[in-house]
Write a protein that binds this ligand. Sequence first.
Ligand code: 5AD
Ligand code: SF4
Length: 439
Amino acid sequence: MPSHPPKTFYLETFGCQMNVHDSEKVIGTLVSEGYRQVQTVEEAGLVLYNTCSIRDKAEQKVFNRLSDYKKYQKQGKKFAVLGCVAQQEGARIFERAPYVSMVCGSASYRNLPEMLVQIEAGNQRVTGLDDRETDKCFETEFTSRTNPHRGYITIIEGCDKFCSYCVVPFTRGKERSRTSDSVLAEARQMADLGYTEIQLLGQNVNSFKDPAGKHTFAELLAAVGQIEGIKRVRFTTSHPRDFGRDIVEAIDSVPTLCDHVHLPVQSGSNRVLDAMQRLYTREQYLERIAWMKAASREISITTDIIVGFPGETESDFQQTLSLLEQVEFDAVFGFKYSPRPNTPSLKLEDALPDEEKARRLAVVLEKQRDIQRRRYQRHLGQILEVMVEGRNDRHQQWTGRTTQNKVINFTGPEVSPGSYVPVVTTAAFPNSLAGQMVI
Ligand code: 5AD
Ligand code: SF4
């Protein structure tokens, strides 16, 4: 007999912000279908995993996790695998983990209500895997956002770029944008509910193309930034190829657009960029950086780097290091190349030993740490506007973020999360700042 109350679910999320936000929509949908979220697997009738397959042996990790939960099968719990590993592995999941009763990729979440009915009816193999070619986005009125001040809005799903190392076009399907009208309606609704920070999301956010032809991406950004009550607008992730000067101009002229752009470069070598099918050269990337550096406000720039792509020579690698030096990013997310199923680069020989990839990654991160140590110093003495996130009791400090998305820990009187306060910077570290609230 089931030991859990009916219609309870536990959801665990792995991966990027898109997945985190998809989970908010899944939760909203489940709740609107009469389900109640619980905080432990023990209490739940339905256990869902929203999975990520961007790097490493993600599939294996999911299967290991699932086998941990095999024991719950006898208690009548149902298991569902969602997200990128679900899409990638498909019905194979049922073979390897027969106690799983639902496998669903992100393009099929729109059909969750019907799928839930099937699960409840005792169907052992409910799938949602065939919708990757859809033209529809997963829009829902029932998004259950966890943070009451800062929230995501998806503006574009999928990706048509097919970088040679990347699974995303295979797991999230083809690119499809929402209309700017529906994005703006959601943003206004959030502003009415008291949200002050909005983060526009997409695998390729700046490839946004309004199906109604009303707004370009830069115009949409500006329009969201002009909604009454909205104090900060962020967007992620941008692709350099589609990153137009109009985005920088929008940031420059609309004060609510945050002074931060995440622009993944992946490599500083033209030869490697070409093999990655990134569709831009080092020079074109640097041109975009120059636009940002010429802006009247200081825009913080962060990036992603992959080391050890097949065929990356020491000289290619040195060019990545020289690019880091040239741009002086405020943060770098570095990854060792990992071959992914279905991707074109699987055909290339991945000959570099893991130790060499690890060495290159360590060199990148160490160099970047030095750069950040230098870069963060320039905030010393500046008064920065900080959105308060919470209290760090161990250090008896408040913590929050600047418009450049930098973490700042600070002392001062009682403040509430979600408020904006001025803080003078008194210390700088490679990954954070410290300061004192200006009263
Ligand atoms: N191997 C290593 N890193 C990868 N990324 C994407 N695919 C791979 C892969 N196969 C990195 C890229 C991307 C970030 C989200 O993950 O740097 O920008
Ligand atoms: Fe992957 Fe490239 Fe698309 Fe980014 S742009 S999601 S790296 S294929």
